[in-house]
Write a protein that binds this ligand. Sequence first.
Ligand code: FNR
Length: 393
Amino acid sequence: MEIYNKGLSFERPPLTFQADKWEELANARLSSEAKGYVYGSAGTRETTDKNRAAFKKWSIVPRRLVKTDDFPDLTTEVLGEKLQFPIAMAPVGVLKIFNPDGEIAATRAAAKEAVPYIFSSAAASTIEDVAKANGQDGQRWYQLYWPSREYDDITISLLNRAKKAGYTMLFVTLDTYILGWRPSDMDNGYNPFMRSDRIGVESGLTDPVFRKQFKERHGVEVEEKMDKAAPEWMRTIFPGMSKGWEDVKFLQKHWDGPIVLKGIQTVADAKKAVEVGVQGIVVSNHGGRQQDGGNSSLGMLPHIKDAVGDKLSIFFDSGVRSGADIAKAMALGADCVLIGRPYVYGLALGGEQGVAHVLKSLVGELELTLHLSGIPSVSKKDLNRSVLVREDD
Ligand code: FNR
């Protein structure tokens, strides 16, 4: 309500409250390379478009005369952590291509707005610098692009550094062992991981184990052979081949805390996740950036919830653009919803303040949407499939 009331005051917001304008405004401002990277998707954008279309198939049906003494309770608990709001910032790499302060600005905004920040393995800043900017009170989780098993030493180094820097959950992205077929990047001849300013590889090239191994291989420091170091790091985190379910054991051995597998899209894989004993999954198709001709992420959510919802925590992303979208994803089974592109657009448009505005705006709209629908909290007893109707039924 505070956000809403402020929005109706004479104070000008740092950027618009019209969530459907953020993408358009950011795209108008960004270079064609940066725009191509964030907006660009796999192939013909079919998966990305389906992600959005799926939200429109569901409607929130409002109840009347639900007597309330307070505004809806947005607090929740996921994998032992209390969250003020049921959202977190999705891991997004190379944020410095959208704003020179990149991850530092984004993680500061996260801490300020009490939203957990998921650090991307492909960040343009180091694990430690982002932790410092996120601060003592910030909630931060670590996302791993999992190097191939021949580089287990590097994986262990990354996990240890993350743990030491206060990242409490491990998100392992399973859908990106190689980057997707992204025509916009290919047309621009653009690969953010190969930029000479190290933006796309900074967090990797500063890893002490990678540096040591590089020196053993080439006899020089990373800085002296950047033409080799950047592609070698890229091949380390995007090795081309995926691992098998049996390899998850290795991560469980080296990470003391909850493990969440990101990129799950089928009931079969959700059941596998339960079988191998991880604590959570992210139902996600990477915003349609990896595989085209795919299903919508939201479409799979209720099936996955029905199959494994009581056995692990379910995070969700891909296509979330508004507070109402967050409510729908939660009603269909998500315990926590990850915000991806919208905060990147906020970063491009207004740096730290822009990210904070996007987060505030989404939370504010979620609160009012629930309030006006007679839904008193985000707990599953209140926010579940009974509040939705399918428009095509
Ligand atoms: C991503 N995403 C991503 N995911 C991940 O696990 N590690 C990463 O480094 C990145 N990097 C990244 C960069 C950019 C520019 C985007 C837009 C996305 C995927 C992200 O975590 C999330 O799954 C999607 O953003 C969700 O889709 P929407 O809602 O943004 O369309």
